[in-house]
Write a protein that binds this ligand. Structure first.
Ligand SMILES: NC(=O)c1ccc[n+]([C@@H]2O[C@H](COP(=O)([O-])OP(=O)(O)OC[C@H]3O[C@@H](n4cnc5c(N)ncnc54)[C@H](OP(=O)(O)O)[C@@H]3O)[C@@H](O)[C@H]2O)c1
Length: 325
């Protein structure tokens, strides 16, 4: 089968499409013939040698897939050969075939192509786990979504709206601001031109938001706390703007703030399976009804994986970049 391998650690020049053996499956696994793989920031880090796969996972890049079942393990009763499935893996999705535990595979809604389906799992599962799971977002609450035009951000805006929350988003260009508004944000701030704390204060009549979903990290830490109302929740989901902060904990104590973190890749199978189940129960019906939709930025053939990585690294994508196999 074809697979993207890294010839060492570094820039896009280390990426190569090569022949690799098909993965072997166990009794609880599916062998998936993969048609599309979503790109993630984690792939860029892994390529640079900064985010190795967890033990036992494929060293091939790629954390999300959309394809059809080629073979089901002997103990799998829930899927059959030919079923359309998508989901999250610990590695191995930049390849024609991959192995996934059956509890992590989810049926693809009929309305979605493989390309569109590959744009869903990481972004929507992360946004769901953060907003619905950790923050327990309620209808009528307000949410600040940073990097609102990113993969995770574009899913978060839609899931927050689907829950009946009001969204303020930040983004780094006029096009991205327009995309956030189209996705359902009531207010979108170009963070290069406008102070998002002032925008939040104005929008919430100085009360602050109930929830901040942050993908940026250190760069936004203090200003995120300034955006929260009493008892507000800060979701630490991404660290594209650094991870080290100096904190005045009295702010958290005095204003009864909550800081909640999440990461998907390193979790044990049972927790990943619970997230997949939650995704199936809450996000799948929204995708099926069209209440939320994947945001596809660009689709690249596998051979153009270097260009795909360059686009993400340059922060040009609105929504998800997908590799077609
Ligand atoms: N915790 C989890 O389980 C989990 C799961 C998936 C993803 N993530 C993390 O979530 C983050 C977003 O992922 P994604 O796939 O949605 O990424 P993405 O689509 O590549 O978007 C990232 C966006 O972040 C903004 N950005 C980049 N560098 C920045 C910097 N130095 N300072 C401020 N903003 C910056 C840019 O948007 P603007 O141009 O609008 O500024 C960029 O387009 C990543 O850190 C990723 O690792 C976490």
């Amino acid at each position: 089968m074809r697979a993207v391998v890294c010839r060492g650690a570094g820039g896009v020049e280390v990426l190569e499409v090569a022949e690799a053996p098909r993965p072997e499956i166990g009794p609880d696994d599916l062998l998936v013939r993969n048609f599309a793989a979503g790109l993630n920031r984690a792939d860029l880090l892994q390529r640079r040698g900064l985010y190795p796969p967890p033990p036992g996972e494929s060293v091939i890049l790629g954390l999300e897939f959309a394809g059809e079942v080629a073979e089901a393990g002997s103990r799998v009763g829930s899927f059959r050969r030919g079923d359309r499935v998508f989901g999250i893996v610990g590695g191995g999705a930049y390849a024609d075939f991959l192995r996934v535990h059956h509890a992590l595979a989810v049926p693809i809604p009929d309305t979605l192509s493989y390309d569109a389906a590959a744009a869903v799992p990481e972004a929507f599962a992360t946004a769901q786990e953060s907003l619905y799971g950790l923050a327990r977002l309620e209808p009528g609450e307000s949410v600040l979504v940073h990097a609102g035009a990113s993969g995770v951000g574009s899913a978060a805006i839609q899931l927050a709206r689907a829950r009946g929350a009001v969204v303020i988003a930040t983004a780094g260009s006029a096009d991205k601001v327009a995309a956030c508004l189209r996705l359902g944000a009531s207010r979108a701030v170009n963070h290069r031109e406008e102070d998002f704390v002032a925008a939040v204060r104005e929008f919430t009549e100085s009360r602050g938001v109930h929830v901040v979903l942050d993908l940026v990290g250190a760069k936004h830490w203090e200003r995120n706390l300034d955006c929260l109302r009493e008892g507000g929740r800060l979701l630490v989901v991404g660290l594209v703007g650094g991870s080290k902060v100096q904190a005045d904990l009295s702010v958290i104590l005095r204003r009864r703030l909550q800081v909640l973190g999440t990461a998907l890749r390193m979790r044990p199978l049972e927790e990943k399976a619970a997230i997949a189940r939650h995704f199936r129960e809450t996000v799948l019906p929204l995708l099926e009804s069209g209440a939320v939709r994947p945001v596809l930025d660009r689709v690249y053939p596998l051979e153009e994986v270097r260009a795909a990585h360059e686009r993400m690294e340059a922060n040009l994508n609105v929504g998800k970049i997908v590799l077609r196999l």
